[in-house]
Write a protein that binds this ligand. Structure first.
Ligand code: PMP
Ligand code: PLP
Length: 521
């Protein structure tokens, strides 16, 4: 549809790092204005002739958009698979286009497309406008090689060595690994089930003291608002608005790393109370999803990172930035001297898939994926509830991630004492369940301490053939920070294994945990 007219963003150039400011405009940029000229004889670049590319055509068989059902019920039904599975569509990318505007290898495999092939640029721009609806006028999009590349470029563009970046106290380890060697530390923010707490964030900002913190107040927030990695939480629109307002007040740039946006599941309902899922029409579907930070971004202070990794395939290495034009220009300059452009094969195949499916088909595909992950979430949580004897418990503990919420808690009875062993809240988006293990009730807690027990349990599980993500890996705090809340956790993914294997894993986890709590030394 037509884009709504909005006001332009504000000048945020004071957020650029020294490194980013020092990046030169590409020496070839001056040549660019001549490139469109129809009779131009271009002898300026070091371009190989496309006749010498050894690929004369690339073709692929791809699935159709309706390959997966849009409801939980039919996605599990064998009938669906019988009638809808195994349909495919053929994609062909020739070396030279049959008509102007066709995707072709001569262009896709050539130099000169730091912003990506025009067809994928158009798709990204249109998709962003329709789905995320940025709240200012002059937003820009720029292709990249996925959110790992996106975050690395954003961090280098915004941060100088010695600075800090705010992040949720539990966060994606690779995001931390990106900034540590740059001499940039993460500053953990307390969270609840929705993610970063706005009240605590404001308090930390308002009372920031450079001396005692040993750094100036960070001006960047890294956040995973949907399918929060590792906690599986989903940030609602009101919380995003609160955090956005705080970022305006304290002049903070928000980097929204959002690869799980379309894997929003909604609340988990136990098997017995699960009704038939409601069928939603394609054109209404996007409005059922929690909005992006872009929808609140009247100033242009959000750098949104989108990735095709979780919705097409990670090996495509394709994603994009949505941000203000000044940041986009600096991010592009940075890309020119490292990535140049995402892989041409990948762009050609993903773009021809999207054009073959059309916008409508891509939406249908995303809805099918959403239903698949909902089935997986439901199945995995069902397994946990069937295997452990969980009781719903209301948490009233300021320090808990789940303060004020209802959790499932499993207890252990020992000589008349009842103590919690395991707690969790079913995830509402993404790929993970975040299990809290109550090591403080382990008989050897005083002796070993929490972190050693976590490692011990993790190793025992690994030796029993089940690999979880050890909780400590996801801490945004520095290892030497003694004030950090370091409850014991395991991050368990339900995205990738076969259903029967997930069930077996939960059973092994139960018996391993039972033995573990009986240990005397
Ligand atoms: N180094 C030199 C000396 C070059 O001439 C070129 C290509 N013009 C490059 C690097 C860029 O190489 P690539 O396409 O592998 O990034
Ligand atoms: N950001 C988060 C929060 C992730 O969980 C992941 C993948 O696990 C990534 C980024 C990596 O994304 P990409 O494949 O787009 O680099």
């Amino acid at each position: 549809g037509a884009e709504v007219k909005r006001a332009p963003g504000i000048d945020l150039s004071h957020h650029l790092s020294d490194l980013s400011k020092a990046r030169q405009t590409s020496p070839l940029k001056g040549l660019q204005k001549y490139l469109g000229h129809p009779n131009l004889i271009n002898l300026a670049g070091g371009l190989p002739h496309p006749d010498y590319f050894p690929y004369s055509r690339v073709s692929a068989d791809a699935l159709v958009p309706s390959s997966f059902a849009t409801s939980r019920e039919s996605s599990l039904s064998w009938l669906w698979n019988l009638f809808s599975g195994d349909k495919s569509t053929s994609l062909t990318v020739p070396r030279y286009p049959a008509k102007d505007g066709d995707i072709n290898l001569a262009q896709a495999l050539q130099y000169g497309l730091a912003r990506g092939m025009p067809q994928i640029q158009d798709f990204i721009r249109r998709f962003t406008a329709e789905v995320y609806q940025p709240a200012y006028d002059n937003w820009a999009t720029l292709i990249n090689s996925g959110n790992t590349d996106g975050w690395c470029r954003a961090a280098l563009t915004l941060c100088n060595p010695g600075e800090g970046i705010f992040a949720a106290e539990w966060t994606y380890p690779s995001a931390k690994a990106t900034v540590i060697p740059l001499g940039v530390r993460m500053v953990p923010l307390p969270m609840d089930i929705q993610g970063i707490r706005s009240d605590k964030f404001r308090e930390i900002l308002a009372t920031w003291d450079d001396k005692s913190r040993n750094m100036s107040r960070p001006h960047v927030l890294y956040t995973i608002p949907i399918g929060q990695n590792p906690t599986g939480g989903t940030m609602s629109a009101p919380r995003k608005q609160e955090i956005y307002n705080i970022c305006v007040e304290f002049d903070i740039i928000i980097v929204e790393d959002d690869p799980y946006y379309f894997l929003q599941h909604g609340q988990y309902l136990p098997k017995a109370s699960r009704g038939k899922s409601k069928e939603i029409q394609n054109d209404k579907w996007y409005s059922t999803l929690e909005p992006s930070y872009l929808a609140f971004d009247v100033q242009g202070r959000v750098i949104r990172l989108d990735s095709f990794s979780k919705v097409i395939a990670p090996g495509c290495r394709l994603g994009w930035f949505t941000c203000n034009p000044l940041f986009a220009e600096r991010l592009e300059r940075q890309g020119e001297t490292s990535l140049q452009a995402p892989c041409g094969f990948s762009q050609a195949l993903v773009t021809s898939l999207l054009l073959n499916w059309k916008d409508e088909g891509y939406t249908r595909w995303l809805r099918g994926l959403q239903a698949q992950y909902i089935s997986r979430r439901d199945f995995f949580v069902d397994c946990l509830l069937d295997t452990f004897h969980f009781t719903p418990v209301t948490v009233a503990d300021e320090k808990s991630l789940w303060d004020g919420g209802v959790i499932y808690q499993a207890f252990r009875e020992k000589s008349g004492n009842r103590s919690p062993v395991l707690s969790f809240v079913p995830p509402t988006s993404g790929m993970f369940v975040w299990l809290k293990v109550h090591f403080e009730t382990h008989p050897l807690y005083e002796f070993h301490g929490q972190e050693a027990l976590e490692t011990k349990l993790w190793l025992k599980l690994a030796e029993s053939g089940v690999l979880f993500g050890p909780g400590v890996m996801f801490s945004a705090s520095e290892p030497e920070d003694t004030t950090a809340i370091n409850d014991g956790h395991m991050r368990v993914s339900f995205s990738n294994e076969e259903f029967d294997k997930m069930k077996t894993a939960v059973e092994i986890f139960k018996s391993t945990l039972d033995h573990f709590y009986d240990e005397k030394r």
